[in-house]
Design a protein around this ligand. Structure first.
Ligand code: UD1
Ligand code: MG
Length: 426
């Protein structure tokens, strides 16, 4: 991959063999989702986004579930016994042997790390000619994390785990995030020297730093700017916390780009959504991945824009509307209480309150196509597959099963019968 203007081989290793006991789940922790995407998929997608030349995931506990999610988009190494983070990385030796360049270590349960942060770590590592570069953070409460031990000159000497730390070391606030960039060759040599002589009886990956320093190899650290990036998921409360952090990160980005979000707390915009300027998102609205929305639209409150939707400029999607695979043309309106799925709507068409597309016949999903400048009355059922032309009027309460030609009025409901003096007779 290219780092700045240097071409460097970068292999990313994702350690993901741990048990995830605190999730209290029958599923692997790594396949739990944030915004519809599995934790481990978030990590491998990030690895792809930085341009990794190879991605190897170390799996163990419930490995089939992780493999089901990632398929053949990555390579796998297996750790059958959980003997520590160093031992996990030893399992990728066959993929690293004989290679040169850098290896980046990521954690399968640290899902919202930014690609730019990893790129910066690699860049610093190359620029400073370091054999190990750690991503660290400064925590007010560092309990539980490995502490970064620096010498008087400020150089990183070693990492000491909480369980092995002396009282002074425990006061150190700079912690190890568990994310590293190593020189491939020197990492392999250092791994050979790891010994499990510590409080947990594990092969610690962190010991590699000390081993390299003893050999006279330069090591260093980059302090992460945004501490939330290195948060991991160990239990359901952390899963919720990270969803919230990601939500705010994405919402802030849209607001910076000129979109009004009335209540960022209750607005859920998934990854990779495009929204045009001056669009207003009202509270309690969810917009799924890949959706595009034009300029000057109104979306919500309480609406759900699902996968595959394309909304043009000046469109109004009002309250309690669910859209799925819907293409809505410029100036059209779906103002209230509708389900519009597998549907194309032209320009300047109005969809009345309560209108639904009956897109599913129990076996297949079928399409509804509605033209320009049409008026669909309230509470209309459009039984797909069905086409409604341009400049049409469909009467309120109609159940439309046949195509409606352009310029027609369609009424598809029973005539009203009034029986006089009915109450009196009874
Ligand atoms: C590790 C670091 C610690 C750091 C912390 C950050 C070590 C020895 N310590 O500690 O310095 O502050 O992460 O969160 O590395 N894993 C395996 N196989 C194993 C053990 C772990 O695949 O045998 C994976 C886990 O699934 C997890 C990651 O490695 O994704 C980290 O393991 P974890 O047990 O959470 O390490 P910590 O003790 O928290
Ligand atoms: Mg941990």
């Amino acid at each position: 991959m290219k780092i700045g203007n240097i071409e460097e081989n970068v292999i990313t290793v994702v350690v993901a063999a741990g048990k995830g006991t605190r999730m209290k789940s029958k599923k692997s922790k790594l396949v739990h989702k944030i915004y519809g995407k599995e934790l481990v998929k978030r990590v491998t997608d990030t690895a792809k986004r930085i341009g990794s030349d190879d991605i190897i995931v170390v799996v163990g506990h419930l490995r089939e579930q992780v493999e089901d999610v990632l398929g053949d988009t990555v390579k796998y190494a297996y750790q059958d016994e959980l003997l520590g983070t160093g031992h996990a990385v030893m399992q990728v030796e066959e993929f690293l042997k004989g290679k040169t360049g850098k290896v980046v270590i990521l954690n399968g349960d640290v899902p919202i790390l930014r690609p730019e942060t990893i790129k910066n770590l690699i860049e610093k590592s190359i620029k400073n000619k370091e054999y190990a570069t750690l991503l660290t953070a400064e925590y007010e409460n560092p309990t539980g994390y490995g502490r970064i031990i620096r010498d008087v000159g400020g150089s990183v000497k070693e990492i000491v785990e909480e369980k092995d730390a002396d009282p002074f070391q425990k006061t150190i606030k700079e912690i190890n995030s568990g994310i590293y960039c190593f020189d491939i060759k020197e990492l392999l040599l250092a791994l050979k020297k790891l010994k499990p002589n510590n409080a947990q009886g594990e092969y610690y990956l962190t010991d590699v730093i000390k081993i390299m320093n003893e050999k006279g190899l330069k090591t260093g650290a980059v302090i992460v700017e945004d501490n939330t990036e290195i948060l991991g998921v160990n239990d359901r409360a952390q899963l919720e916390l990270l969803t919230r952090v990601l939500k705010m990160r994405i919402n802030s980005e849209h607001m910076k780009n000129g979109i009004t979000i009335e209540d960022a707390n209750s607005t859920y915009i998934y990854d990779d959504v495009k929204i045009g300027t001056d669009t207003v998102i009202h509270p309690n609205t969810t917009i799924c991945s890949g959706v595009t929305i034009g300029e000057n639209c109104e979306i919500g409150p309480n609406s759900y824009i699902r996968e595959g939707c394309q909304i043009a400029n000046n469109v109004k999607i009002g309250s309690f509307v669910e859209l799925k695979k819907a293409k809505i043309g410029e100036g059209s309106k779906v103002p209230h209480l509708s389900y519009i799925g597998d549907c194309e709507i032209g320009k300047n068409t109005n969809i009345g309150c309560g209108t639904i597309t009956c897109n599913y016949d129990g076996v297949n999903k079928n399409k509804t196509i509605i033209g320009n400048n049409s008026f669909i009355g309230s509470n209309v059922n459009l039984v797909a597959p069905v086409k409604v032309g341009d400049n049409t009027v469909v009467a309120a309460g109609s159940t439309i099963t046949d195509d409606v030609p352009s310029n027609a009025l369609s009424i598809a409901r029973q005539r009203q019968i009034n029986k006089d003096n009915y109450k009196k007779k009874n």
